[in-house]
Design a protein. Structure first.
Length: 197
């Protein structure tokens, strides 16, 4: 996996924000029942009602296979196959939570972005959030990270799992509900335009 270096050379035009790019949301796919092993389907994006992209996917037990066509400006279309490994963490209420492992940096993430040829995580593409909301967004992210550090045993790159040892379940559940609200608010900010359809 990987093979595209540190990711730094993917630095993108500062004007590109996560609102404007194709993204794959693992929680959206899970909720829609799109992640059953050995199923295939397509993901389609639109911008203001106009189709802006489509990819085929096949879901396996341990990874998602993406098939699509990509063209750099001025070049011919090329077929791209990408393999996105899954990772699983145990939920505080039992069961498991599914994640993508970014194919470039292997960070555990819930969202991948198709900015260049490949679908990679926000860290690899260094996508800024929509600038009109950056103050609000920074504040949400800061609050969420602080809370995450406090309540989770493990917290990396803005994603946490496992109840902090020694914390009462009641306290954890109350704070976790708040954490989910912040997470939702952040995702809403990211996805309110150019959303998956
Ligand atoms: Zn990455």
């Amino acid at each position: 996996m990987g093979g595209v270096g540190s990711g730094n050379w993917y630095r993108w035009d500062k004007k590109t924000t996560t609102d404007q790019v194709k993204r794959i949301d693992i929680r959206f796919m899970k909720k829609q029942g799109l992640l059953k092993p050995n199923t295939t389907g397509s993901l389609n994006w639109s911008v203001r009602g106009e189709p802006s992209g489509s990819i085929r996917y096949t879901c396996y037990t341990d990874y998602l296979q993406l098939s699509f066509r990509h063209r750099n400006r001025g070049d011919d279309w090329q077929s791209v196959e990408q393999y996105i490994p899954f990772d699983r963490t145990v939920c505080h209420f039992g069961g498991e939570r599914l994640w993508f492992l970014c194919p470039n940096c292997s960070k555990r993430v819930g969202l991948l972005y198709g900015v260049g040829k490949l679908f990679l995580c926000r860290h690899c593409y260094q996508l800024p959030y929509s600038s009109q909301n950056s103050g609000y967004m920074d504040n949400l992210v800061e609050q969420k990270d602080k809370l995450g550090e406090r309540i989770f045993e493990y917290f990396e790159y803005g994603e946490g799992w496992g109840k902090k040892k020694g914390m009462h379940w009641k306290t954890f559940e109350r704070l976790y509900a708040r954490y989910e609200q912040l997470d939702y608010a952040i995702n809403y900010q990211i996805t309110k335009r150019g959303d998956l359809v």
